[in-house]
Ligand binder design. Structure first.
Ligand code: ADP
Ligand code: MG
Length: 246
């Protein structure tokens, strides 16, 4: 379970996240949706502490971290939270000079100090899970965008994070390649992977999210089950946004 309490994020004078409180139950998929610039990416980056919230608190499993303006957060505390997360980016961000399997093994070997053989076994298992076993030794540049993203998902899952964070995982892909990534994420969701996904792909959100958080201008406009938000949202603003699906 992840709990975000009263998260605020400022960049200089700009308040980019305003008093965000969200609970993410274990084994569920939460979609962060809303217009561009609403704060989806920043909120995701606050969960893995690529951005340090200005104030508020984050609980991830047994770790709780509170943020106080002007007070530095210790590196050890950041690492305790960050190590429980895996991140998938819009532009895949595979290491270009490493093959698919080396990308998946990298963190296990360099950060977690696993023996290479054990890391290779784990990476093979994950590449199989995402349907990429046939491309183990391929270079990223030779893979389609959908294939690169599937390798990136395997890499993010390698250290068995408590939560998988995905920032616009299908936005760089055309519909066909998008579909293969949605299939993989859907399969992970069915297996009970906890995920938080920022997306303006409402097709993706409606297919696999259990819960939806609608963010606009740094504030939560509405939050609820995906079924409710996609079929009977309460707020006019959410209704207008959802009506763009069809
Ligand atoms: P979304 O992902 O929903 O499109 P973002 O989280 O990327 O929204 O951005 C929310 C707001 O925060 C935007 O106004 C953006 O310009 C601002 N922002 C994001 N990162 C920074 C930064 N590093 N410095 C200053 N402003 C930022
Ligand atoms: Mg974004």
């Amino acid at each position: 379970m992840i709990e975000l309490s009263n998260i605020e994020k400022r960049f200089g004078d700009a308040v980019v996240l305003k008093d965000i409180s969200v609970r993410i139950p274990e084994g569920s998929v939460t979609a962060l949706v809303g217009p561009s610039g609403g704060g989806k990416s920043t909120l995701l980056r606050c969960i893995n502490l690529l951005e340090i919230p200005t104030s508020g608190a984050i609980r991830l499993g047994e770790e709780t971290l509170s943020f106080v303006p002007g007070k530095r957060t210790s590196w050890q505390a950041i690492q305790k939270i960050r190590r429980q997360t895996g991140m998938v980016f819009q532009n895949f961000q595979l290491f270009p000079h490493q093959t698919a399997i080396e990308n998946v093994m990298e963190g296990l070997v360099t950060v977690l100090k696993w023996p290479r053989e054990r890391a290779r076994e784990r990476a093979t298992e994950l590449l199989t899970k995402v349907g990429m076993a046939h491309k183990t030794d391929a270079w990223p540049a030779t893979l389609s965008g959908g294939q690169q993203q599937r390798v990136a998902i395997a890499r993010a899952l390698a250290p068995s994070p408590r939560v998988l964070l995905c920032d616009e995982p299908t936005s760089a892909l055309d519909p066909e390649l998008s579909a293969e990534v949605i299939d993989v994420l859907g399969q992970l969701a069915r297996e009970g992977t906890t995920m938080v996904m920022a997306t303006h792909d409402l097709r993706l959100a409606s297919k696999i999210a259990n819960d939806v958080v609608f963010l606009e201008a740094g504030s939560v406009v509405e939050t609820g089950s995906a079924r409710t938000i996609f079929t009977a949202p309460e707020r006019e603003r959410t209704k207008r946004f959802i009506s763009t699906i069809n």
